[in-house]
Design a protein around this ligand. Structure first.
Ligand SMILES: [Zn+2]
Ligand SMILES: [Zn+2]
Length: 430
């Protein structure tokens, strides 16, 4: 037997209903904040990610699904959504249109990571980007949306962590002092951190290993080095967060994993998830558009993994309950008379087709087991009504309708039964 590749997931019903609900919620809230959907390809030129995400990041060093196609092109299954969105923004000339451009994406990403609870090698991500706005109000707009998503999912008690990592101008001085500090305690760092100490010292602050975290606690803080522009942005950001009632905690060690962030970085955490409690991560990336060959322009956004969000939802106040039912199940009893049996099946199937044309959801048992088994099937599908068309019904031109919710049973003439059911199910609204 051929099995699914490691780290992939088959989403089966009823789980798929939870996904539909979650995706609908995300689309609805995107609309509320006026983000429009963008769909980019699932694979891109490898260079797009190595240039933007950063050569020193785990994603680029260890986690990318990179391959050569038959034309010898170096391609990578997208490990994240921001670089492709910015690539499309530039390539399709959106930067020449009305700004800012507010886009959201919802789709699979691919990373070669160690599979664990709620983490897959193919995983679904939702993210938003505001391109072309330097305003701190835009930062708060995306943060507000992230918090609203958590609230709508019933995740109470989330904590918003924010930090500023400055811009290339002010980061330069901080970087030098940080490298000095880290070099003094290089013996305590993990091999990964040691290797990227010179190239990307900020990432050491992001390391999850305890000794590295210890070294990070008294490292020089970015906020002492901010240039006046970054300082102003940082102060404004906090005052806007306060004005809209978003509580936050400043975490000076929060740096996010990707190279392209500038100024604001933030994470929304939900403690009941345990060790992996970050549900949203994002920030500002004012250098990314230029890095990809556009005129310099600001951007801000966030991404969230849907697997972890669903895991959280199950532990939250409002778990997404799959609502599964059909409007009507058509029961077609067999007759001893072969010809009558056939007629029953024909009439029953015709009836079902009428229902479906009237936008009533319906089903039947193509294996045509006993009436008892057909009723059981109807129950399993959570049918609201059952329509029985048997030998007696055929003779009298009737259909027996049974309400599974209310327990009543009525006989309705074959000609009227479609209208009757429409009235029952849709309340005559259609
Ligand atoms: Zn700066
Ligand atoms: Zn480390």
């Amino acid at each position: 037997m051929i099995r699914a590749p490691r780290g992939t997931n088959d989403i089966l019903p009823p789980e798929s209903y939870r996904w539909i609900c979650l995706e609908a919620l995300l689309r609805r809230l995107s609309k509320v904040y006026n983000f429009e959907e963008i769909r980019t390809p699932m694979f891109e030129h490898t260079e797009l990610f190595s240039r933007t995400v950063g050569e020193t990041t785990d994603i680029v060093q260890k986690e990318m699904y990179t391959f050569q196609d038959k034309g010898g092109r170096d391609l990578t299954l997208r490990p994240e959504g921001t670089a492709p969105v910015v690539r499309a923004f530039l390539e399709r000339g959106l930067d020449g249109g009305a700004l800012p451009k507010k886009l959201f994406y919802l789709g699979p990403m691919f990373r070669y990571e160690k599979p664990q609870a709620g983490r897959y090698r193919e995983f679904m991500q939702y993210g938003v980007e505001i391109l072309g706005s330097p305003s701190a109000y835009s930062d708060v707009e995306v943060i507000h949306l992230g918090v609203r998503i958590a609230e709508e999912l019933g995740l109470l008690g989330t904590t918003l962590f924010i930090n500023t990592i400055g811009c290339p101008v002010c980061r330069k001085n901080h970087r030098e002092d940080l490298i000095k500090h880290l070099s003094r305690r290089a013996g305590e760092l993990c091999p990964d951190c040691l290797a990227r100490l010179d190239k990307n010292p900020l990432r050491v602050l992001d390391c999850k290993n305890e000794p590295c975290r210890e070294v990070a606690t008294d490292a020089p803080l970015m906020k002492e080095y901010l240039c006046s522009d970054c300082e102003q942005h940082w102060i404004t950001l906090q005052s806007i967060l306060e004005s809209v009632g978003l509580e936050y905690t400043v975490d000076p060690t929060l740096v996010r994993g990707l190279d392209y962030y500038t100024k604001t970085v933030f994470e929304l955490k939900w403690p009941p998830l345990g060790a992996q409690d970050t549900i949203i991560g994002g920030g500002r990336y004012d250098g990314l558009i230029e890095e990809l060959g556009g005129r310099p322009g600001p951007g801000v956004g966030f991404a969230m993994g849907l697997e972890r969000l669903l895991l959280a939802s199950e532990k939250g106040e409002k778990p997404i309950e799959p609502v599964m039912f059909i409007d009507c199940f058509v029961v077609m009893p067999e007759s001893e008379d072969q010809e009558v049996s056939q007629e029953i099946a024909n009439k029953g199937f015709e009836l079902l087709s009428d229902f479906r044309c009237s936008r009533l959801s319906g089903d039947f048992d193509p294996l045509r087991r006993s009436v008892r088994a057909q009723m059981k099937h109807a129950n399993r599908l959570n049918a609201k009504y059952v329509a029985i068309i048997g030998e007696e019904e055929i003779k009298q031109g009737l259909v027996t309708i049974r309400s599974m919710e209310h327990g009543w049973q009525k006989q309705v003439s074959v000609d009227r039964v479609s209208d009757f059911m429409k009235e029952e199910v849709l309340g005559g609204s259609n």
